[in-house]
Design a binder for this molecule. Sequence first.
Ligand code: AGP
Length: 617
Amino acid sequence: MCGIVGYVGPKSTVDVLLSGLRRLEYRGYDSAGISVITGTGLETRKKAGKLDNLIAEITAHPLAPANIGIGHTRWATHGAPTDGNAHPHLGGTREKLSLIHNGIIENFSELKAELLTDGTRFASDTDSEVAAHLIAREYDKSGDLVLAFRNVVNRLHGAFTILVVHEDQPDVVLAARRNAPLVIGLGDGENFLGSDVAAFVEHTKRAISVGQDEIVILRSNSVEVIGFDGSPVTSEEFTVDWDAAAASKGGWPSFMAKEIADQPQAVADTLMGRIDSDGQVRIAELESFTADEIKNIDRIVIVACGTAAYVGDVIKYGIEKWSRIPVQVELSHEFRYRDPVVTKNTLIVAISQSGETMDTLMATRYARELGAKVLAICNTQGATLPRESDATIYTHAGPEVAVASTKALVAQITAGYLLGLYLAEVRGATPVRELHRLGRELLKVPALVSDVIENLVQVRELGNDLANAKSVLFLGRNVGFPVAMEGALKLKELAYIHAEGFAAGELKHGPIALIEEGQPVIVIVPSLRDSDSLHPKVISNIQEIRARGAKVIAIAEEGDTEVGQWSEHVIFVPQTEQLFAAILTVIPLQAFAMALAEAKGLDVDQPRNLAKSVTVE
Ligand code: AGP
């Protein structure tokens, strides 16, 4: 998820682009760059690192005045965050075309092969540069920039918002979007483009949302929108209802609120290009593991900390069930110092949003010394963990700024399930028909996540009502158990109150002594439809605690006709596969913790005592 700005108009283009990128930094900040067309032609400045590095570069090497340009702040998906991989990318041998891109071009490898055959030389490892050269090549043939642009965007698969300027046409910015955001800002004698309105809201509140497979032809005094097929599009203008101050969070009251809302996209982007329509999983990053190496794995050890460790506790159910490889989850800092048994047939799966958690880095370094292979599941391109792993499955959740992890968690569960389905098929451990059925069900999950997010009002009200609770307990079984643990962690780290998660079956072995009159207990209830009889067991657990005065809030599946009679409140989530339910049931717990913390007037983005990445042991 990157930040994109475009501008045509009388203002100082460099200033407009840089202030727009500043407000979009939350979308990505591992490199940044701009291109402008000055009186002497196309000029570009770009630098790895935060936006301040680009500003320093421009200060050292000033750009001439310009009235047209494009700017980009990157969250790397293909290619490490380096100066060369920073956007914009120049296209064509004359380097007169400049392109910026947000998203993932799934078929970039075959398109790049076509260009290499033509003798095209690449300056970066990115998928985006492929589009730049394709458009430049088309333009050099036809001399028609809009036609060249349209021909190329019709060839691209995946998700993309693309902006292009060309020195030969110094009055127009072209843009296209497919499965990625793009909005137009309408000014007086000037017009803007942005990945969201934060890019230009300080200049204008008049905006147009660009639809799927649409192209924008933007000039200072005109805006034309056409379809990828060239047909004219009638767009609807709207007025932005928040000010520049909120822009740094994309209009949201907090990064955490924004990142909870980002979760459908985080799951969808992590799935993108990794499951085909039949449900077969293909993970390009695992092609470095041979089939024999995968068949020889005799144990998987998942190492992680905090929320990432609870992700491990969720995905172990699927990985072991489908691949028949024994899976254990270890806290990184415990694994490192307990003299564990590790062999060359042990696969270490290291889960880390930041890729910089020192506990997890130490655990993976130790495991590699013992001869194990390490597979990372990470959200940050170019981080230390991917660099020190044998392979990395990147989650594509975009930058997660709030300390409390939300969208990274659902993306990590998604990546872990993709891994389990892939290993199972390579090992022939589960019938392919069942694996592909599960793959097709997994493709439906982003829409189900959207449904959950659209129905969080009730759970937010409960969080508000329980602002004075002294403690909250969480119960769950199967994948609901780590979800309960994660719900408790969210409440601890956001609202600073005691919270504890338990396996529901463990209750009678001690924790039930905690239950007293009025004790709030949130119970993640398994599906009534599943045949393994967990539902009636959890209902019995609920009856046991209610008999002792507990106030029960149930998170249950739509269609569960039994749970309501035993609960003060029921939050329903859509039906899905038993193991996928964890992705849905965790979301109300995130919203509950955030609402309770907000009711206490606490900072949900920067909770006390915590850091986003713990880079010390
Ligand atoms: C979760 O909300 C916390 N921020 C924390 O537990 C976090 O998950 C843990 O520190 C691991 O971080 P990582 O995923 O970057 O390795």
